[in-house]
Design a protein around this ligand. Structure first.
Ligand SMILES: [Fe+2]
Ligand SMILES: [Fe+2]
Length: 187
């Protein structure tokens, strides 16, 4: 499998979670009480699967390989994508604080989760779209067959080291069942 095909597959899992978060924010905004553990599971998935697993593979392996193949780093598309990862991490910190506050019954925690959650969903959906449509095709055309094989090998090592990913995907399925049915049109 081409390295970018694997990353696009991860995007599809991430988009399912973004749909879950979007529905959860709508339900909170409608005044519904949600299990606090669900909000914390959403945050744990983002921290573990999106940031630690997926974004680390991009920043640590794909982007350096693209830069070595001549794609501009500073001031170019790679820096722009990394910058969006950082904005996402700030929003995840807000979501994490809000989920903890919600579990503790703090007033305002739901509103804070809704705001940061919705901002995160729109940031990541646009980010994923740019990578799928522009950045990954650029990687496919710039990286030689050998460079892609080397990247494939490094991805396999990162995947093998990512213990906990299977549990996170299992949590994702549980949340998908609880939230996605509310809006069949979501991914
Ligand atoms: Fe990314
Ligand atoms: Fe990505």
């Amino acid at each position: 499998m081409r390295p970018t095909v694997e990353l696009t597959g991860e995007h599809n899992q991430i988009k399912i979670m973004l749909g879950v978060i979007d529905v959860a924010c709508d339900r909170l905004a409608a005044g519904e009480a949600l299990p606090a553990g669900h909000l914390q599971q959403m945050v744990l998935f983002i921290k573990g699967f999106v940031d630690k697993h997926h974004h680390d593979k991009e920043e640590g392996l794909l982007f350096p390989a693209m830069e070595a193949a001549g794609v501009p780093g500073e001031g170019g598309p790679l820096a722009a994508m990394s910058g969006e990862h950082d904005i996402g991490r700030q929003l995840v910190r807000q979501m994490s604080d809000a989920a903890a506050g919600y579990a503790a019954g703090q007033p305002g925690a739901a509103a804070s989760f809704i705001e940061s959650g919705r901002n995160y969903v729109s940031l990541l959906l646009a980010h994923i779209d740019k990578e799928d449509q522009i950045l990954y095709p650029m990687a496919d055309s710039r990286l030689s067959q050998e460079q892609q094989q080397e990247l494939r090998r490094r991805f396999d090592e990162a995947d093998a080291a990512a213990d906990g990913s299977a549990e996170l995907i299992e949590d994702l399925r549980g949340l998908q069942a609880a939230y996605q049915q509310q809006r069949p049109g979501l991914v």
